[in-house]
Structures are given as C-alpha cells and as structure tokens.
Design a protein around this ligand. Structure first.
Ligand code: NDP
Length: 412
C-alpha cells in the first residue's frame, strides 16, 4: 500500500480522486491539495456521496501553492505520501517534480511542463524541462512517469503495443483524438481554456522524414473513418506525445490529429483574429488593464459544468503502420469512452475521465512494484500489457482494429 497525494482540484483531479478512492485497498491514505481548498473539499464530498471509497480510510484536503517546491516537499512529508499524482496546472510540474526528487516520492503527471511566460517551446518539448531532471531522478531512485493521461499517456502505450506486437519496423504513428460528444453550449473548451487555446495558437510541430516539421494550426486536415464515431475531420496539431515518441521511434513519422467541428474553428478563428486569445495585457479607455485570454476564460463555461449535459462518445487511438516479414501492415489501437457513463460513475465529462483514470492505474502499478522503476520514463518506455489489463478492469478498455477485424487487445 502506498499513500497518495493528488495535486490540483480541477476536472481531471475529480476523476483521479474517485478512482483512487475506488482502489484505496491498493493505494492507502489519500490526500488532495490545491490552491483553492474548497474545491478539494467538494471533490472529497462527491467521493463520499457516491460511496466510492472501497474500504474505510483517510481522504483529507489541504491548502497548497504548488509553485513553491519547499511547500510541496513539506506536504509530502506531512501526509506520508509515497506517490504524487500531479494534475494541477502544467505550470507547477517542475516545482512538484523537484519536491519528489528531494523526498523520494514517486511522481506522475499528465501534461508537459509549461512556462506561463512562453506560448511555444522549441522541440522536443520534454527536453526543455523534464528530461533535464532524468539523472537526478535516477540518482535519487525516484520513479517519475511523465505524460500519463490519455493523450499523452495511453496513446504512447498504444504505439508501443502496436510496434511490439504487430511489426518488425514502424514507419508511421498517427494519433487521432475525436470527441464526438455534444455539450449543448454555444462554445466551450473541454478543459482549462487558457491551456487549451495555448495548444492551438503556437506552431504545429510534427516529426516527419527524421526532422521536425512546422505548420500552422488548421493548415492540414483530413477525414478519418473510425470505430463507433464514424467519419470525422481532424487537423494536425502539436501535442506532447509527438516529442517523446519522436525520440523513442525516430525512424517513424509521428503526427497528432485533433478533431474539430467547423463551428469550433470559426469561433476560435474570430477570437484569435480579434486578439482575444492574447496573453499580453491591454489597457481600456478607463485605464483598466485586462489580459484578453483571461477575460475570455472568465466568460466561457467552466469546463466541469459541462458534465451533467454531455452526451456522446470519444474515440482516441493510434494508427500505426510498418512492416512485418517484409509485408506492409497497419493497425489501429484505440479506446471508446462515453460522456454519460463517466458522469454517472464519477461526476465528470468523458475528456476528464479519459485523462484521469490512467494516472491512477499508473499509481496502482507503482504501488504493486510493476512500474516502480526508480527512474524517469515516458509511457512508451513501460510494458503496456499490465496497464491495459488493469484499465480493462477499471474503466478504459483497449481495442485493436486491423485487417483481421476489430477485437479486444488481448485477443490480438
Ligand atoms: P483545471 O484547470 O480544471 O485544474 C487545475 C487545478 O490546478 C485547479 O484546481 C487549480 O487551482 C490547480 N492549481 C493551479 N495552480 C496551482 C498552484 N500553483 N498550486 C496549487 N494548485 C494549483 O485543469 P484540468 O483538471 O482540466 O487539467 C489538469 C491537468 O491535466 C493539466 O495539466 C492538463 O493539461 C492535463 N490534462 C491532460 C490530459 C491528457 O489526456 N494527458 C487531458 C486533459 C488535461 P484553482 O482551482 O485554484 O484554479
């Protein structure tokens, strides 16, 4: 059993908290710490409302500024946490990781570190912050699993599985993320608008022909025909996992595709062209200083408020191509998640659900020793099978589609 400290109390943390509670026989005492303690308390209350705790145990809330590494280290000490699941904003990643290195606690996150002052980092993004701490993790024997949500996260495991099981050589990995759900609002992002828009305002980096390629957002789109969600248009976007997969499979072309409807693109384009997605403050005629992006965030729906009305499904997977015995092969490894099922189970929408369940699976696999490797890894460096087996059981089953048909991953 290992005690867990969850950092952050947003949409993903809600799912992490419920899943930790459902598995507290493996995980031990649970703690959640964030900037706004009331949100931690509301999450704990929802866990108790659903009767989610598998067995009687500790679940406590705490105030924490995760930008303060010493405060994080003190919180780890106070709570006796052996595993930290960091689902706070990506601005806090390095301070939390430093605290884990200092205290010896295992570290799990779901997004690449971002500097709030920079819109776009140079690739490979992990090389700018996380991988600089690799030696320090190894020296301290600290397990750090980076990007352990769905994408990044499960899609990295899907790539590893496809390459290991189906091919001798890999030539391309296309990650496709389709949310075919409907939230019924005029416009909303599915998670923090500030983080969400940052993903689409910078350069789109892909790894093709052994080099980084640059495009603009919405410049390259194509239609996909996917299981359950059918024909969907997706656009090449920059994404964390392209950066680690490019380092681990440099011989393959690696691209990330995100599904967008025309309405989303229209609204986004207007906001961007008007300058309303800018992080540079402007001064109004009345002398008020306003950051346009912060204002847009303030008027948009809170992403967690979408959950009760959200219907439909998500399909996120990897189309992996390569060769086997000299023949060309391709396989699509994927998961289907349902917004309503997520809400019924943990009170969240499907996007938060797919992001929040995998880091809990990672924590359980650290707790039982399977993934407790005492060093820093990206998800594709781990054996995917224990992860798939566990996720089949706790809510995100993996499927495979290829020339031989559509089936569960372990029937492949
Ligand atoms: P939210 O914005 O809903 O929540 C972030 C939480 O972090 C908030 O509770 C916020 O506090 C807290 N926080 C921010 N700064 C600090 C700080 N300095 N100290 C303590 N707490 C702080 O985000 P989400 O739940 O949607 O996302 C969480 C993470 O998951 C993000 O890194 C996101 O990029 C990632 N993600 C990953 C996905 C994947 O599949 N890999 C998919 C979706 C998200 P407050 O409540 O006060 O604002």
């Amino acid at each position: 059993k290992r005690n867990v400290l969850i950092i952050g109390a947003g949409g993903v943390a809600q799912v992490v908290a419920h899943k930790c509670a459902q598995n507290n026989d493996v995980l031990g005492d649970l703690h959640i710490a964030s900037r706004t303690r009331a949100k931690c308390d509301a999450i704990i209350a929802s866990v108790h409302e659903k009767g989610a705790m598998k067995q009687a145990g500790v679940f406590e809330s705490h105030d924490l500024d995760a930008m303060d590494s010493a405060a994080v280290a003190a919180m780890i000490g106070k709570t006796g946490a052996q595993i930290v699941i960091n689902v706070g904003s990506p601005f806090v990643n390095m301070t939390v990781l430093e605290a884990c290195i200092q205290t010896g606690a295992a570290y799990i996150d779901t997004a690449i570190h971002e500097d709030p002052r920079k819109i776009c980092e140079t690739p490979p993004w992990y090389g700018n912050y996380e991988w600089k701490r690799r030696d320090a993790c190894a020296a301290a024997g600290v397990t750090a699993i980076l990007g352990a949500g769905f994408d990044p996260g499960m899609v990295n495991a899907f790539a590893r599985f496809a390459v290991d099981e189906f091919m001798d050589d890999v030539t391309s990995i296309d990650i496709v993320d389709i949310n075919a759900g409907n939230h019924g609002r005029y416009f909303s992002t599915n998670f923090d608008p500030e983080i969400n828009f940052r993903e689409f305002t910078g350069t789109v980096y892909s790894w093709q022909k052994g080099a980084w390629q640059e495009n603009k957002m919405f410049e390259i789109g194509r239609e996909w025909d996917l299981p359950v969600v059918g024909k969907q248009k997706a656009y090449m976007s920059g994404h964390d996992e392209v950066h680690s997969l490019a380092a681990n499979y440099p011989q393959a072309d690696i691209r990330f595709w995100m599904g967008f409807g025309d309405h989303y693109i229209n609204v986004f384009t207007v906001l961007q062209n008007l300058g309303l997605l800018s992080e540079q403050p402007v001064t109004t005629a009345e002398g008020l200083e306003v950051v346009p992006l912060k204002l847009v965030k303030a008027v948009l729906p809170d992403p967690s408020s979408l959950a009760p009305d959200y219907t439909g499904k998500t399909c996120i997977g990897d189309l992996v191509k390569g060769t086997k015995n000299g023949e060309e092969v391709e396989v699509f490894v994927y998961n289907i998640a349902d917004h309503k099922d997520a809400y019924t189970e943990v009170g969240s929408q499907g996007i938060s659900y797919t992001a929040g369940v995998p880091p809990v699976a990672m924590a359980m696999l650290i707790a039982d020793g399977t993934y407790d490797l005492g060093r820093m890894v990206n998800v594709e460096e781990l054996d995917p099978k224990p992860l798939f087996t566990l996720l089949d059981r706790i809510g995100l089953p993996t499927r495979v589609q290829d020339a031989a048909g559509d089936r569960a991953w372990d029937q492949a």
